[in-house]
Design a binder for this molecule. Structure first.
Ligand SMILES: Nc1ncnc2c1ncn2[C@@H]1O[C@H](COP(=O)(O)OP(=O)(O)O)[C@@H](O)[C@H]1O
Ligand SMILES: CC(=O)N[C@@H](CCC(=O)OP(=O)(O)O)C(=O)O
Length: 289
């Protein structure tokens, strides 16, 4: 924008207005995954989109993960990451690393970037204000995940209060145990899903490191642009939706079933992908409806 003439800049905003009106006063939850936080320039582009949307009256909530960075910290301490069905096996030491990276480092880093871009971010985790209440994840097949939690209740008032006052909530995925004194590690996609549903969000945007759901995961030209929730089970059976895509797709499906108008999986590596999705008819990524 800086390189544009003032009249061109104004023109861009006027063109965008009809699209923005649809989202005025509405809640949009953006899930920002660690794999999409590729470099500082891209992070800044994401943050600037969020600040711009906040300025024009869209209530944006940023939910973030940081899996790769947790892995790096564990590695430095001589510990290898272990994932079972897409979830990190979390012992006591791992839980400490999770909290250090998510609550201590990345959450505050995103709040700082928001501040530098002219926004007012407030960083919290699921423990703050009783946002997420969790119990130890109990897999029916008996798999042990350690301190991985299952969110059983979401109390979104703290986030609604922040939105009401014009702040941009930055939420990370650690939750307090409902029945004991320990905290739990939650997959960030799941945290975003639960929050989007509890907030009755208009839209959930999942930023990841691929264009969206691909018919052939090795070929980015095979993007599935629109998907009906009813089409998902057959894609899982065919093995098209697999690995990290399974929880992501399940979260989108659940959101749409529970009243979120639209859920999108899209490329966090593309600058301003959030704005392109909200402000154009074409959109980007895979849209669940
Ligand atoms: N059909 C598919 N289309 C796109 N990606 C897929 C598909 N099946 C599996 N994947 C994998 O899912 C990954 C995204 O999930 P994940 O790594 O958990 O993302 P994030 O860290 O953003 O939460 C992609 O990088 C890709 O390797
Ligand atoms: C239980 C579980 O797996 N928790 C995740 C939380 C972070 C996360 O989900 O980060 P991304 O969004 O970058 O993947 C983990 O420890 O990696």
């Amino acid at each position: 924008m800086e390189n544009l003439k003032p009249e061109t800049r104004a023109g861009v905003l006027v063109e965008a207005l009809p699209y923005l009106q649809e989202y005025n006063g509405k809640i949009v939850v953006v899930k920002y995954g660690g794999n999409a936080m590729i470099n500082e320039d891209l992070k800044q582009a994401v943050i600037r989109d969020i600040v711009l949307l906040n300025l024009v009256g869209v209530k944006v909530v940023l939910v973030h993960g940081g899996g790769p960075e947790i892995g790096e910290l564990l590695k430095k301490t001589g510990k290898e990451s272990k994932f079972i069905k897409g979830l990190r096996y979390t012992d006591k030491e791992t839980m400490e690393a999770v909290q250090m990276v998510l609550c201590g480092k990345l959450n505050k880093n995103l709040v700082t970037l928001l501040k530098n871009a002219g926004g007012k971010g407030v960083g919290i985790s699921g423990m703050d204000g009783g946002l997420f209440e969790a119990v130890k994840l109990n897999d029916p097949d008996g798999t042990e995940y350690g301190y991985v939690g299952d969110i059983v209740k979401t109390n979104p008032q703290i986030v609604l209060d922040m939105l009401e006052k014009g702040y941009i909530p930055v939420v990370t995925c650690v939750a307090a145990g409902i029945d004991d004194t320990c905290n739990y590690n939650i997959n960030a996609d799941t945290a975003a899903e639960k929050l989007a549903i509890a907030l009755k969000a208009k839209k959930l945007i999942m930023l990841t490191d691929v264009r969206g759901l691909l018919r052939d995961p090795s070929d980015e030209s095979t993007l599935i642009k629109r998907l009906k929730v009813s089409e998902v089970p057959s894609l899982v059976r065919e093995g098209i939706i697999k690995g990290g895509m399974i929880p992501k797709v399940n979260c989108c499906v659940e959101c749409v079933r529970q009243g979120v108008e639209r859920a999108n999986i899209q490329d966090g590596r593309v600058p301003h992908s959030i704005l392109i999705e909200l402000l154009t008819n074409e959109g980007v990524g895979t849209m669940f409806s």
